[in-house]
Design a protein around this ligand. Structure first.
Ligand code: KG4
Ligand code: ZN
Length: 359
């Protein structure tokens, strides 16, 4: 079925159309220039901007798919988690669209949509349908600006959290370090690009030691932490300001050393989970899944172990960050088994997707 997906949980105003798991269109209008002067997303400005852009973005997605409004057979929208004001814009646009055309409507979770992105194929890129489609169960690595979750996925909507961050999200750490150093906004892509010219061995930033076998209470074996790394990197700032291009003190070296440690933190927890669970497939999702160093390290891990390593699946780069196609894809899956959301569905700032709640 032709499903329109709408995504306005943060600063991307996005819509896409999916049919039978194939992405027919994906339009992402980024508000980056709008928020750049503030070096961070301003919620009030984000929701107002979504209000102004949403009609054009949805029209663009339909046009790119070669469809008219009457061809849409279902509407999916992100209802949580995210910035409330921003979520409400997409949610109400989606409800109005579905009501006006008398077609099914479904509200989905943003993190489940990120995890679903790797199941979609982009024919425009030459991806064969289902070429790298992961089989359940698999280990999920959800890494975005707001969340960092290592989970076990038994189905598209049956996901258990194994570990999460106890402080900052992975993308948030990239963004904050970049903000302190003035590397660019948003920080993830800026650091990724800068780090390619740097030596990741210049600084040995600390890795957190979180795991102590519990006597009682929860086991934090797969949790991660980024606040210590962030502080250690920021502590170099004064030296950097005094001698910004001294040997071994170049921006690219700091970026590369930080990025290496940030990825190492993720991999330690993730690979521990691989060994403990015995799961043979890792599926990544979220904005940080676009990181070239993370992709290379995981690909290296998969290729190692004499070919006996787990399969690692990343969404195409276009579907790592927030987009409407992943929402349409997950929505199509839900709608086709008969799920419907009521018209009084609300938005929530919190994640609603997982079996185990995390802090
Ligand atoms: O999934 P996403 O688009 O939005 C949220 O759900 O938060 O993720 C955005 C995050 C930002 O923190 C951004 O800096 C980070 O993803 N990001 C990256 C890269 N591209 C985006 N982080 C590291 N390397 C990248 N190439
Ligand atoms: Zn996201």
């Amino acid at each position: 079925m032709n499903v329109l997906g709408i995504e306005t949980s943060c600063d991307e105003c996005a819509a896409g159309v999916v049919r039978d798991g194939v992405v027919l269109s994906s339009v992402v209008a980024s508000q980056i220039p709008v928020h750049a002067p503030y070096q961070g997303v301003v919620p009030e400005i984000a929701s107002r901007t979504h209000t102004e852009w949403i009609y054009g973005v949805v029209s663009g997605a339909l046009q790119e798919a070669g469809l008219g409004p009457g061809d849409v057979e279902g509407v999916a929208v992100t209802a949580h988690p995210g910035l409330l004001g921003s979520l409400l814009v997409g949610l109400h646009f989606a409800k109005a669209f579905a009501w006006a055309r008398d077609i099914p409507f479904i509200a989905v979770d943003h993190l489940l949509a990120h995890l679903y992105a790797s199941r979609l194929s982009l024919p425009a890129r030459g991806d064969g349908p289902g070429g790298e489609t992961p089989d359940y169960p698999f280990l999920g690595l959800l890494v975005s600006g707001g969340h960092t979750v290592i989970c076990r996925a038994d189905d598209f909507d049956d996901v258990t959290v194994l570990g999460t961050t106890i402080d900052d999200a992975a993308g948030e750490a990239f963004d904050k370090v970049s903000k302190f150093y003035g590397f660019g906004y948003p920080g993830g892509a800026a650091i990724d690009t800068l780090a390619r010219r740097g030596d990741p061995g210049t600084f040995r930033f600390p890795l957190p030691h979180l795991y102590k076998p519990p006597r009682a209470g929860p086991d934090h074996r797969y949790d991660v932490s980024y606040s210590g790394l962030k502080t250690a990197v920021v502590n170099q700032l004064e030296r950097f300001r005094v001698k910004p291009s001294a040997p071994g003190m170049e921006a690219a070296d700091i970026a590369a050393s930080f990025q290496k440690t940030a990825v190492e933190i993720l991999l330690r927890a993730l690979l521990r989970a691989v060994e403990d669970t015995g799961l043979r497939t890792i599926v990544a999702g979220g904005g940080v899944a676009a990181n070239s160093y993370l992709r290379a390290r995981l690909a290296g891990y998969a290729a190692g172990k004499a070919g006996a390593g787990p399969r690692v699946i990343f969404p195409p780069l276009e579907l790592c960050g927030d987009n409407g196609a992943m929402v349409a894809g997950l929505g199509e899956r839900c709608l086709s088994r008969g799920d419907r959301s009521p018209m009084d569905t609300g938005a929530s700032a919190r994640v609603q997707a997982f079996k185990r709640r995390y802090p």
